[in-house]
Design a protein around this ligand. Structure first.
Ligand SMILES: [Zn+2]
Length: 357
């Protein structure tokens, strides 16, 4: 959801955005690249880190963009003009979502040769989730997702038919995943260009998201865990129907709160900003307000997730947005259910409804 208090954040780099195929320096040895996305969220930020690996000078790329001709062409432009003639040495991916993982297969292949393996670095959880999702024709759509949403009260036959028919969603943007990877774990320190970048695991948005913090540069590559303009998507998906991702997400934010106040946050969407603690407070308040709305509704009468959607999202939603909204509504209900503030009952109609405990 849009951040109505974005003005409380600072944008030290101003309004400048990197043109496609170009980049902007944001810190010593760190360059910002922006690629187009064919969604309402129309871009992703990617990062180039000047590196030296196995005595070879070059670059580490953080996140990839989705697989399509336009993104590959933009990358080629970046390679030709932004890397000072040096190679890409490795590809770090913050998490398995298609806009981050999409071109990992192509980038690692493009830069591997006899004398060097350009390796994908990612958490093991997200690596395996990506492989499964890319190989499956039903992830993010299909019968399992339709059944999940019907359980939560989405009964409109047109929407259900569309969810059922949506196949290949992930694989269309991530047709394949590199066959090998190097595992990122929480607390691990990556040496990139002579500086330590520490991995900070985060949960609730992706299976095991890795943010990267460099104390030397006072910079945080926050991935999707902290974004300045929109709240991070947190949803319960059909693979893990009883999950409580919002509690995990909010706990993960707390782990970022202790970073220095002057940290330059490099988010995957929007512009680099300063104000990490302010943004974390905004997100907490945002979800507390949503929790309060859900509690008030469920105190009146039992509500399914589908009943909650128009309370949380006061605007018309297309299918893509509706599936996100359903997932988010379930996440808010589950956060309260797992805390014992709501109880869940399965109606004779096969729909879960939540009432105050
Ligand atoms: Zn994501």
């Amino acid at each position: 959801m849009a951040n109505s208090r974005e003005a409380e954040l600072d944008y030290p780099l101003g309004a400048a955005l990197p043109a496609p195929g170009s980049s902007i320096a944001v810190a010593s040895g760190v360059r910002w690249v922006r690629m187009k996305l064919p969604f309402e969220l129309d871009h992703i930020n990617l990062w180039l880190l000047r590196d030296r690996l196995d005595d070879v000078e070059g670059w580490t790329i953080v996140d990839c963009g989705i697989t399509n001709e336009a993104t590959m062409a933009a990358w080629e432009e970046v390679f030709a003009t932004q890397l000072d003639g040096l190679p890409v040495l490795r590809v770090v991916v913050t998490h398995m979502h298609p806009d981050h993982m999409g071109l990992a297969h192509w980038l690692t292949q493009r830069w591997s040769h006899d004398a060097h393996d350009c390796r994908l670095w990612i958490s093991a959880t997200d690596y395996n989730a990506a492989r499964l999702a890319s190989a499956s024709t039903t992830s993010f759509g299909g019968d399992g997702v339709a059944a999940h949403f019907m359980r939560h009260g989405l009964v409109d036959p047109d929407s259900i038919a569309k969810v059922r028919a949506r196949r290949n969603y992930y694989a269309s943007m991530v047709p394949t995943v590199p066959e090998r990877f190097r595992r990122l774990m929480d607390g691990m320190r990556l040496q990139i260009g002579g500086r330590d970048w520490q991995c900070i695991a985060g949960y609730g948005h992706a299976p095991e998201h890795m943010a990267l913090h460099c104390a030397d540069l006072n910079a945080l590559i926050s991935g999707d865990m902290v974004l300045p303009r929109i709240s991070t998507n947190v949803m319960v998906i059909d693979l893990e129907p009883e999950a409580d991702p919002l509690t995990l997400y909010l706990a993960s934010l707390e782990r970022l709160r202790s970073l220095p106040a002057a940290t330059l946050v490099l988010p995957s969407h929007g512009r680099p900003f300063v104000g990490l603690q302010r943004r974390i407070e905004q997100l907490r308040e945002h979800h507390d307000e949503r929790f309060a709305e859900v509690m008030a509704a469920c105190a009146e009468r039992p509500h399914s997730a589908a009943d909650i959607v128009p309370i949380l999202f006061k605007r018309a939603l297309d299918l893509h947005q509706l599936t996100f909204a359903m997932g988010e509504a379930i996440a808010h209900l589950h956060g309260l259910w797992m805390r014992g503030r709501l109880r869940r009952t399965l109606g004779a109609d096969g729909v879960f409804r939540f009432a105050t405990a």
